[in-house]
Design a binder for this molecule. Structure first.
Ligand SMILES: [Zn+2]
Length: 390
């Protein structure tokens, strides 16, 4: 089994490779590292990190949408968007440092890539960003149908896979999304959340038409539903937002409105297409890396040829058993990657969780994350992994 840890580049930079890997390999007994090659951050959308045991600092605010390796310019010659290097870490190539140290210790390295969430590139290049239902460009998220956004993402993957000997990629935020807080004044529920993550840009319109979708109906249905929420009586809007009204789910609307159903299918088709293009580029390079991804249940079956590890992040061992059963119902051969969160408030680490992972034939356990966990956690992880083995 692969047993690894998520590593933020600033922790490696601050602690140095030796201390970091001593903690990960010797103290926690782990055999892999998933290091952020790119990362999100920056106010106002994300706060800072409390660094429990960092040798240099206790608090760090990451920059929005930067990379933590030295990009090779030839890969971005034809792309309009270019990778932006971290200013705070300068020329430090975290991916290279991690790979060199890992090789000495026989540890695998996975590159963790934040895909379409990019508060820097989307804010500075609004024409490449998602155009939301109100016609506003989202400063936090790139549109996967925008050719410039897509080419940038493909170049980034090609650069990393060609120049760094990683065992695989973990793809985060490869979807339509938004980090903007819910608009003040608008009733909020799951349905409005889904509507606010749709893109209405010209590239999406063109792509949908090329795929044979009826864009006019898609746009009309989505906007009609939103109009009901926009015109909601104030006291009802208040009750909806407080969760005191049982509202209709997006899926319940989808089965009744063809335009919404098509929107859902079109967005899924887009993601499958982007992921297929990524795999094709990786394949052309003759590299055999794995791909790990959180998978929307709606896409599970379609991802079977494209994803190697389906990531799950259950809150309890019972939830892990349930998720594993449902995923395997859809994809019997699915390999699971269990993410174990060590943070206060969302911690789901226990000996029982590790034992359940073994029984559920989880292939990859990944602990989140090196910098934010307590040093005691390193010891507890080692003990839990050893106990579960017996
Ligand atoms: Zn779009």
């Amino acid at each position: 089994m692969i047993a690894g840890i998520y590593l933020h580049p600033w922790d490696l930079f601050d602690d140095g490779a030796k201390v970091t890997f001593d903690n990960i390999v010797d103290r926690a007994g782990l055999n892999s590292v998933t290091i952020a090659a790119t990362y999100h951050g920056g106010p106002p959308f994300r706060g800072g990190f409390f660094l429990q045991h960092n040798l240099r600092r206790r608090f760090y605010i990451p920059e929005a949408g930067v990379v933590y390796f030295n990009p090779h310019p030839e890969y971005y010659r034809g792309t309009r968007l270019k990778p932006i290097k971290s200013r705070q870490l300068g020329d430090y190539d975290a991916l290279d440092v991690a790979l060199k140290e890992a090789k000495e210790r026989n540890v695998q390295v996975f590159a963790w890539i934040i895909c379409l969430r990019n508060e820097r590139l989307a804010a500075e290049n609004p024409e490449c960003a998602i155009e939301n239902i109100f016609g506003v460009r989202d400063p936090t998220w790139l549109c996967p149908n925008n050719p410039n956004s897509k080419e940038y993402l493909l170049a980034l993957i090609e650069d990393i896979v060609s120049n760094y000997d990683v065992s695989g990629l973990e793809l985060e935020s490869l979807n339509f999304g938004s980090l903007l807080p819910h608009p003040r004044g608008l009733a909020a529920d799951n349905l409005t959340d889904a509507l606010l993550k749709m893109c209405f840009c010209d590239n999406c319109r063109r792509a949908a038409k090329n795929m044979g979708y009826d864009w006019e109906t898609m746009e009309r249905d989505a906007k009609e539903v939103m109009r009901v929420y926009m015109n909601m009586e104030p006291r009802v809007a208040d009750s909806i937002t407080r969760g005191r009204v049982n509202t209709i789910s997006f899926i319940q609307m989808v089965v009744q409105m063809k335009g919404l159903e098509d929107f859902m299918r079109f967005q899924a088709d887009t993601l499958i297409q982007v992921l297929s293009e990524m795999r094709e580029r990786i394949g052309r390079l003759g590299r055999e890396g794995s791909v790990s991804m959180y998978c929307d249940f709606l896409l599970l079956r379609r991802l079977r040829e494209l994803v190697n590890y389906y990531i799950v992040n259950p809150t309890t061992p019972e939830q892990l058993i349930y998720q594993a059963s449902m995923i395997r119902l859809m994809v019997p051969e699915a390999k699971l990657q269990l993410n174990i969160n060590m943070l206060p408030g969302t911690r789901n680490f226990s000996l029982e969780m590790i034992e359940t992972a073994r029984k559920a034939h989880v292939r990859f356990i990944n602990f989140y994350n090196y910098g934010n966990m307590h040093t005691k956690d390193f010891d507890e992880i080692k003990v839990a992994l050893a106990c579960a083995k017996e």
